[in-house]
Design a protein around this ligand. Structure first.
Ligand SMILES: C[S@@+](CC[C@H](N)C(=O)[O-])C[C@H]1O[C@@H](n2cnc3c(N)ncnc32)[C@H](O)[C@@H]1O
Length: 231
């Protein structure tokens, strides 16, 4: 095991399960980094899942506080964009309750399969997994109170365009929330050159017709930005 290996996107304290990429793996790059598939995910799925779902993640990811900060209404509609195996989707499903719905979007069929399995095992039946295909990225089929993007924006191939498309599925007054890693070396998260800074994210959001509505600082390694449609 390398002494300075980089970390999976989802965090966890393991080292070096995959190669350190020489560049960010989304945002318009046609090729992909060593050790990563074309969606920017580490090729070692088992190690990746261990990081995304590891018990130690909750200490810094504070998933319940993140979902609480979304202020989802009972019976509301939410979307988890880049849902992975459903770390947030399942919690959002509980927050909106049985009368609500959560659309969980991912581009990786194996993640969608796992998400179905996790939802079934948890007895959650209001999560609706949607597979994005490269040609026609999935969008939630109905307007949402909140769209959550966690540790995923840097995977998007055209950040501003993808944000604009997602934002078109917000209800009036709905929020798009982005949670992502702060710059530099951290004990968790992707290597520094895979990250998108708060400022770069906000620039893409502005291009997408979004404006900052609220920001939270309760996460030790990540920024939390809540955006609404401008104007
Ligand atoms: C680092 S994981 C984060 C998963 C989840 N949000 C979490 O915090 O546990 C990033 C996820 O985004 C998915 N992804 C990558 N590009 C995507 C895209 N263009 N549209 C939707 N999902 C995408 C990946 O397959 C992966 O499951």
């Amino acid at each position: 095991m390398s002494g300075h290996g980089h970390h999976g996107d989802g965090g966890g304290h393991g080292h070096g399960a995959h190669g350190a990429g020489g560049h960010r793996h989304g945002q318009g790059h046609g090729d992909h980094a060593p050790g990563r598939d074309r969606h920017g995910n580490p090729e070692d799925l088992a190690a990746y899942l261990a990081k995304l779902e590891g018990a130690d993640r909750a200490a810094w990811q504070k998933p319940d506080a993140v979902v609480e900060a979304l202020r989802l209404p009972d019976g509301g509609v939410a979307c988890d964009a880049g849902a992975g195996p459903g770390y947030f989707s399942l919690r959002m499903a509980r927050a909106v309750g049985p009368r609500g719905r959560v659309y969980a979007i991912d581009v990786e069929p194996r993640m969608i399969a796992l998400l179905r399995e996790r939802a079934r095992d948890a007895g959650v039946d209001n999560v609706h997994p949607l597979l994005s295909t490269d040609g026609a990225p999935a969008l939630p089929p109905e307007p949402c109170d909140a769209i959550l993007v966690v540790n995923t924006f840097h995977h998007f191939h055209d950040g501003a365009a993808d944000l604009r498309r997602l934002a078109s599925r917000l209800k009036p007054g709905g929020r798009l929330v982005n949670v992502d890693f702060q710059p530099g070396e951290l004990p968790v998260g992707p290597p520094p050159d895979h990250k998108v800074s708060r400022e770069d994210f906000l620039a893409a959001a502005h291009q997408a017709g979004l404006e900052l509505a609220e920001e939270h600082a309760f996460l030790p390694y990540q920024y939390f930005l809540s955006l609404r449609r401008a104007g």
